[in-house]
Design a binder for this molecule. Structure first.
Ligand SMILES: Cc1ncc(COP(=O)(O)O)c(C=O)c1O
Length: 446
């Protein structure tokens, strides 16, 4: 397809955009012949629009990350103002957005965490958290969990437990994986006590003095919105304290209001030693991640060199965007809205479960939600295999898309993670669409 290059450029159609994107750019986590992207032109609040005007309700906040909703003017304006004033300063400088955001995060982070290292996104935040943990403890090994995703760079991928690691494994990363309390729809969730007994035994067998840190998503995201049983996180905190292991909570997806608290750890009043953030930090308007740390970690680097750095560390535009996003969350009480709308979401989930035999399990905490579809409520066999899909799940996904609802349909699950500014009517609109799509899934139930 030849495109004229005279200005002003001709507006491209949806088909042209998709065709050029597919031809010249590589899509992630996909065989390229299978990708079928939606062309997106503009977005506002909980909706985005294709160039030809089709409206989609964004029930996944893109990548569980546009927490403040699309194109919030408070975020857009701060970025514009900052771009005009100072678009970039290298990370050895000090500038106002960095100063203000550092101070603000120290106020928002749990417990005594009061210092951050800024990165480009989530994976680099976890990379640097590994670096901090190893430097501070002098230990090499890291524990993480199987049902987890921590990012696609080498170290973050080594932490990742899910099948995205299989083709990327570097083998000698020093990361060992442990089981989660959750074991799939057929076995469901172990008690906190059982999970902690297993965890402690693993620590003892590995050699407690060799383990620098335990990384965990506080509420696990793409692996199934896994909410820890009460007592689990407190127990992990105690085990980490007992064995001198740093507790690192990955709040990249669960942070910034997603669960109805600023950070998911707040639900259980647990203070990690290190906490990683990204996504909702800027509501994804500009890439930014951060590693938050307690004074005992920061203190180590008063005399010891921190051997890490990034050209875009503390990027002024990104820090400004984050200040705009935090302002939006605060001014509109979006964290409280996530909590309140989370209750509404729970009722929708329950209603769908009552109406549709294909709905085996539902879960949500705030606006972090999931439906697990099954072939049969008796056996609870998932409607698609682990790390796979099935014809009924493909048909559900097609129905949602056709009806103008965007969300993640992964394996046997449908995710429900809208922006935190969503209201009751918009939630009802989304669940009416899901209701209809589930009729397709019901016909596959035995
Ligand atoms: C829990 C969690 N950690 C880390 C990451 C990686 O973040 P990024 O894609 O910004 O590198 C993600 C991304 O989805 C995530 O969900």
């Amino acid at each position: 397809m030849a495109l004229e290059t005279t200005s002003p450029p001709r507006v491209l159609s949806s088909e042209e955009i998709v065709e050029l994107c597919r031809r010249y750019t590589l899509y992630e986590w996909s065989a390229q012949s299978a990708v079928d992207p939606i062309a997106v032109d503009h977005a506002r609040g909980v909706y985005f629009y294709s160039p030809d005007g089709k409206r989609y309700l964004d029930f996944n906040s893109q990548l569980m990350s546009v927490n403040a909703g699309h194109s919030d003017p408070r975020i857009v304006d701060t970025i514009k103002r900052q771009a005009e004033k100072l678009a970039y300063a290298n990370p050895f400088m000090a500038h106002e957005p960095r100063a203000r955001l550092g101070e603000k995060l120290a106020e928002l982070m749990p417990g005594d965490l009061d210092k951050v290292f800024f990165t480009l996104g989530g994976a680099e935040a976890n990379e640097n958290a590994i670096r901090l943990a190893r430097a501070v403890t002098g230990r090499h090994k890291i524990m993480a969990r199987y049902r987890s995703y921590h990012g696609a760079t080498a170290g973050a991928m080594a932490l990742t437990g899910d099948p995205r690691r299989w083709p990327n494994d570097i083998g000698d990363s020093g990361v060992l994986h442990v089981l989660d309390p959750y074991h799939g729809p057929q076995r469901e969730v172990d008690s906190a006590e059982a999970s902690l007994r297993y965890l402690e035994e693993t620590i003892q067998l590995e050699g407690p003095n060799t383990i620098a840190a335990f990384f965990l998503e506080t509420v696990t995201g793409t692996n199934g919105i896994l909410i820890p049983p009460d007592g689990y996180l407190q127990g992990v905190r105690e085990l980490c304290d007992r064995y001198g292991i740093l507790m690192v909570c990955d709040e990249i997806m669960s942070g910034f209001g997603r669960t109805g608290e600023w950070f998911a750890v707040n639900h259980w009043k647990v203070v990690p030693d290190i906490m990683t953030m990204a996504k909702g930090l800027t509501s994804s308007a500009v890439p930014l991640g951060a590693v938050g740390m307690r004074p005992k970690i920061a203190q180590h680097f008063e005399k010891n060199v921190f051997y890490g750095g990034l050209t875009y560390n503390s990027h002024p535009l990104a820090c400004a965007a984050a200040l705009g996003a935090i302002r939006a969350y605060e001014e509109d009480d979006m964290i409280g809205n996530a909590r309140r709308m989370g209750e509404v979401m729970r009722r929708h989930h329950e209603r769908l479960k009552a109406r549709h035999p294909s709905v085996g399990l539902t879960r949500n905490i705030g606006l972090f939600g999931i439906l697990e579809l099954v072939k049969s409520r008796k056996t609870m066999e998932p409607l698609a295999p682990f790390n796979g899909t099935s014809e009924p799940m493909k048909a559900v996904a097609a129905s949602l898309r056709e009806q103008g609802l965007y969300t993640f349909v992964r394996w046997h699950t449908i995710m429900t993670n809208p922006p935190l500014c969503i209201n009751e009517d918009q939630l009802a609109e989304g669940f009416t669409i899901i209701d209809k799509a589930l009729e397709v899934a019901d016909s596959a139930v035995s």
